[in-house]
Design a protein. Structure first.
Ligand SMILES: Cc1cc2nc3c(=O)[nH]c(=O)nc-3n(C[C@H](O)[C@H](O)[C@H](O)COP(=O)(O)OP(=O)(O)OC[C@H]3O[C@@H](n4cnc5c(N)ncnc54)[C@H](O)[C@@H]3O)c2cc1C
Ligand SMILES: Cc1cc2nc3c(=O)[nH]c(=O)nc-3n(C[C@H](O)[C@H](O)[C@H](O)COP(=O)(O)O)c2cc1C
Ligand code: FES
Lengths: 314, 257
């Protein structure tokens, strides 16, 4: 007898005019897939749940000096500096290609001021090929002494309101682990109109070159990603799930189907595959296949059975 | 651009501290070109995390089918692990990657300049160019004789000129001396080696006033090798930013400096 078919689908902003359907819960993480154009020539991107664009700013950016990355035990510290073509070129040259794909594309946006977030949202609203926004609030606020928007609930809420005012696109907000408690931020974002929350961005980190007696990266600090941060991300997802009813998209070291299952059990509804793709271009598809196989083996019929199942109910 | 777990068909120290590793070549490498590279993954776990970029050094028809080689100096953890692979072991490789050398179709005199381990990709280029019936002069420079690729392993038609800084083999000094002499002769030049050598070659090229295509293979810290992480930025003289792994590693010296 054939096994009853497994439902992997996921809906963001269910029931609202912004409703976004994903065919499965495996997506790529921003900044780890470029804008997907190269991959689309060699892999079937339409079989993934969603694609997330490279972090996009209002104007083109050349990014930081090199070296921009340094390897650490099972991890990677990066300080790319948001090299990207800028929103105008993205709309003119990249979005028309996305418009031909079946897979939804989320555009990851980053502003230097609250107003810039609003302008980015306005530019991307109603652009063919853009299915949703992922708002990166892990960015230093130049108006307020360099503190990141995502480190202060009131600032984060200001960004979310500004984006919502300028766009009717489904809005995912991506939070940073660089806070003492993630819950107040998640609550603020939930209350001001986000449709889903990505947990989490990279972990602030430092690598030192002992021989040269100086930091390896010219920017001194960078963001740590990869398997090394998975336990940190699992905890962040677990905590975030206690502060929101919105779907959580988990990022942080996801490299296998089993990793994806662990994130679902902690409270995530979907996962983003990031650094793992640098080691194997097929990683997002491998995660999806392994997740599906795991569910079939364990007799899971609906992923919602798993979401948050490892959380203490007390 | 895909991940393959490849069987080691031969592994040996070829000269000095330089190792050669022959791997079974998947069919997807058929269209690979000299100057393209692969990412080699170290061990079965995630430490070390990132692949090691290595040029395709050569290809050959092995007993069990086509093979390609990597030629590398043992400088750290990754290359040390690779050097300890033996026949029958497996290595995971992503490739072929990047934009390789693009020799012009109807030119004859090719000058190849390799500094140290930078000779690795030039050997395959020399193989190809001589097969096509072109004239190839290969300059090999190193600090000492131990760093010089054995000329006996090159096609007989290749004219080889060796320079060592300590004079232990060939002419004493840098490759820049024979380069200056041969520059008027050649139609096109191809190079791989340390950045200081590129800058010197570029300076001599400018001084000469000769406008010859000068294709060089650049290096930068690589993480993915396939244009998705933006680690490997290079900033061309005229502005902008390119990715070494995706837009290169081959760039014309005159576009970068
Ligand atoms: C496109 C490309 C093609 C290459 N082709 C070859 C090749 O054919 N043969 C070969 O021997 N090497 C080649 N290299 C360099 C090679 O990638 C490094 O030597 C290798 O990554 C070192 O790894 P490791 O783990 O042994 O050393 P690590 O432990 O990572 O480093 C050991 C030492 O090597 C230095 N190092 C690390 N990476 C590089 C690098 N990319 N360039 C220069 N120095 C580095 C470090 O600073 C350190 O001092 C290539 C690099 C690129 C970008
Ligand atoms: C090289 C690199 C670039 C990244 N660029 C962005 C970006 O532009 N915007 C963003 O929101 N996150 C960016 N991230 C963070 C990832 O999307 C992800 O949140 C993080 O790396 C954790 O997941 P991972 O461990 O699977 O990589 C980047 C990460 C890396 C490694
Ligand atoms: S190494 Fe990742 S973009 Fe070049």
């Amino acid at each position: 007898m054939p096994a009853p078919s497994l439902d992997l689908g996921l809906t963001i902003a269910a029931g609202s005019k912004r409703e976004l359907r994903l065919r499965n819960p495996v997506m790529v993480a921003s900044g780890t897939f470029s804008n997907g154009l190269e991959f689309a020539r060699r892999f079937d991107v339409d079989t993934l749940g969603a694609i997330v664009s490279k972090g996009t700013t209002l104007r083109p950016r050349r990014g930081n000096r090199t070296p921009r990355t340094v390897e650490t035990p099972s991890g990677l510290i990066n300080s790319i500096g948001f090299q990207n073509v800028g929103v105008s070129a993205l709309i003119a040259e990249v979005a028309p290609v996305w418009a031909r794909w079946r897979v939804p594309v989320l555009v990851n946006i980053m502003g230097e001021t609250v107003a810039e977030y609003g302008r980015l949202a306005a530019r991307l609203d109603d652009v063919d090929g853009v299915a949703a926004l992922e708002v990166n609030v892990s960015c230093p606020n130049v108006e307020a002494g360099g503190m990141e928007y995502g480190q202060d609930p009131a600032l984060a809420a200001q960004v979310v309101r500004e984006v919502r005012r300028h766009s009717d696109l489904p809005m995912v907000v991506k939070v940073t682990p660089a806070v003492t408690d993630i819950r107040p931020i998640v609550t603020a974002i939930t209350d001001t109109g986000a449709d889903a929350i990505t947990v989490m961005n990279t972990v602030p980190a430092l690598a030192i070159d002992a021989r040269a007696r100086r930091p390896v990266l010219p920017t001194v600090f960078g963001g740590l990603s990869g398997p090394a941060i998975k336990p940190i991300a699992l905890r962040a997802v677990y905590l975030a799930a206690s502060a929101t009813h919105l779907p959580i998209l988990a990022a942080g070291g996801v490299s296998s189907g089993l990793d994806a299952v662990e994130f679902l059990l902690a409270g995530a509804s979907a996962v983003q595959v990031g650094t793992a793709t640098f080691r194997d271009p097929a990683a997002p598809w491998t995660v999806l296949r392994e997740l599906t196989e795991w569910c079939e083996r364990e007799g899971v019929r609906d992923l919602r059975e798993l979401v948050g199942a490892a959380r203490r109910r007390d | 651009m895909r991940s393959d777990t490849l069987e080691v068909t031969a592994s040996a120290r070829l000269y000095g501290d330089t190792h050669i590793l022959w791997l079974a070549m998947p069919a997807s490498y058929q269209a690979a070109k000299p100057g393209q590279f692969v990412m080699a993954y170290i061990g079965e776990h995630t430490d070390p995390l990132t692949g090691r970029a290595l040029s395709i050094h050569r290809t050959r028809a092995g007993a069990q089918g086509p093979e390609f080689a990597l030629l590398f100096d043992v400088v750290g953890r990754g290359t040390d692990w690779l050097a300890r692979r033996e026949q029958g072991d497996a290595v995971r490789i992503v490739g072929p990657l990047g934009r390789g050398f693009e020799p012009q179709p109807r030119v004859q005199r090719m000058l190849l300049v390799g500094g140290g381990i930078g000779c690795a990709p030039l050997i395959w280029l020399a193989d190809r160019l001589t097969t096509e019936g072109r004239e190839v002069t290969l300059l090999l420079g190193g600090r000492t004789a131990a760093q010089i690729f054995p000329p006996s392993l090159l096609p007989p038609d290749v004219e080889v000129i060796v320079t060592t800084e300590d004079g232990s083999l060939g002419r004493r000094g840098l490759v820049t001396a024979p380069f200056t002499e041969l520059l008027p002769w050649c139609d096109e030049l191809f190079t791989c080696g340390p950045p200081a050598m590129f800058e010197a070659l570029h300076g001599l090229l400018r001084q000469s006033g000769l406008r010859k295509p000068a294709q060089a293979l650049f290096e930068q810290t690589m993480v993915c090798g396939m244009g998705i992480c933006y680690s490997c930025a290079i900033f061309p003289r005229r502005g902008g930013v390119r990715l070494v792994c995706h837009d290169g590693p081959m760039f014309d010296l005159r576009d970068i400096y």
